[in-house]
Design a protein around this ligand. Sequence first.
Ligand code: GLU
Length: 555
Amino acid sequence: MTNKELADLLLPGVDSDISKYEKIYPERNLGEKAIVTRFAPSPTGFVHMGSLFQSFISRKVASDTNGVFFLRIEDTDQKRLVENSVRGIVDDLHNFEIELDEGMIDEDKEKGSYGPYLQSKRKDIYQSFVKYLLEQGKAYPCFCSAEEIEETRLLQEKKKQRIGYYGRFAKCRRLTPEQIQEKVANGEPYIIRLKSHGDFEHKIKVHDLIKGTLEIPENDLDIVILKSDGLPTYHFAHLVDDHLMRTTHVIRGDEWLSSLALHIQLFETFGFQPPKYAHISPIMKEDNGVKRKLSKRKDPEAAVSYYHEKGIPVEAVKLYLMTLANTNFEQWYDCNKDKTLADFPFDFKKMSSSGGLFDVEKLMNISKNYMSRLKASEIYDGLLAWTKVHDSEFFEILMKQKDYAISVFNIEREQKKPRKDFACYSDIKNQTWYMFEELYDSHEKEYDFQTIQDKQEISKILTSYIENHYREEDSKEEWFEHMKDLAEEFGYAREVKEYKENPEKYKGHIGDISLVLRIVLTTKSMTPDLYDIMSILGKETIFSRYRTWIEQNQE
Ligand code: GLU
């Protein structure tokens, strides 16, 4: 029986002409340096930080080189599918502005001419490649049951031998064509295995773009390439898809490093050029002084929904991811404040081979800096979009009072050293509610007076401010002079310095007076510039808040 006859027996009706696929999926017409890469998740749930990080880097290198970034969904493990997760993955990428050039764009929609991008739709292609291997005598059927495989494993464990289907443990490798024919005729179920020509004692050198040059043993495992459901394993699908989709760079988690020798062997078996590999170490986290992997289960920040819920701007998250990705990014960004992420020359060599440490505090700091550089109108737009989903009360107010809100967000902004108040959109309401009448009215107000505590004294100060010192048209300098007049009137020093020189002469100083005016107006002892706040709130509101306080605090 020839190999061809055997192949026909095992995969009847499958066309073994793989050369036709070379024509359907020709070499891409791109520049010499163009990187074609992909994100290839299983549809088992949503994108988490680790895979977002991977896609972010893949998108970046593809964009930097005028290459292609595509999304392939790896659903060959049909038992693990989660409904609607393709949509979820597409949305997650989109929400982080990681755009796709090709690939799946919805549950059953795709774009691009190198598809299908859903593996379960590529069954015919995989089977052609498997049949081709069978014809070449480089693959064979395996009839071993799960129990037999388990028995072998136990034996190997007991004898302290390497686990797997190889060498003398590869029973079905030795079946004669007649035995195979007989088993098939008896209806025994089978899978197809690679007939590995590798020698485990022999080491090969492979270059990884992140880990450097590695010396690893050749693969000698006769791994499964086609499962009993007619779908390939990850390894075989990787070979077929990344070859036909003309992937130049495989950027993936380093849990795949142990399969690298096998993958290189698969490419060589077909005489294909293997892609370049970049194995990314998992993102780490320090937990009570111990480093461990960022965990989907334990760390809320591992879920991408965390960033949306908090309202951390996408760009800030990306800036942080780049600091994790390339150690020199922070310094570059510091020296190139007018540039954006797109201008940064990403370099695989500058990636940590042991895994970056995720630090939410640092991310928040980066976000604070980033938000401080936004224009007031950009803060408004970002906040509007965030409140639309997360805070309908604030959303309505922002819609009604656009110009007013922008003036609020403009306090100490759009200047050389802007104020760094907000690390995320969910911070803003908590810090600005007293600027919006509706929020102010419904807010529980607590006043923590720090220096002047006597309510009568405070009432008198407020009354005199209203009656004698407040002028709507005052410039900042005039306004401050008038506040000093108020201080003097009540026996407080006009300047802190004066007070410090002769503390016994005064009840306190100008700072105590302005603090009272600030706290009654806003309830807070720390706010942005009081003059700006007063100018925006306006006379009526200021007077009304002061008068209300006086009324409510009469002895
Ligand atoms: N489906 C594989 C995974 O989710 C893809 C690995 C790869 O990028 O090749 O880990």
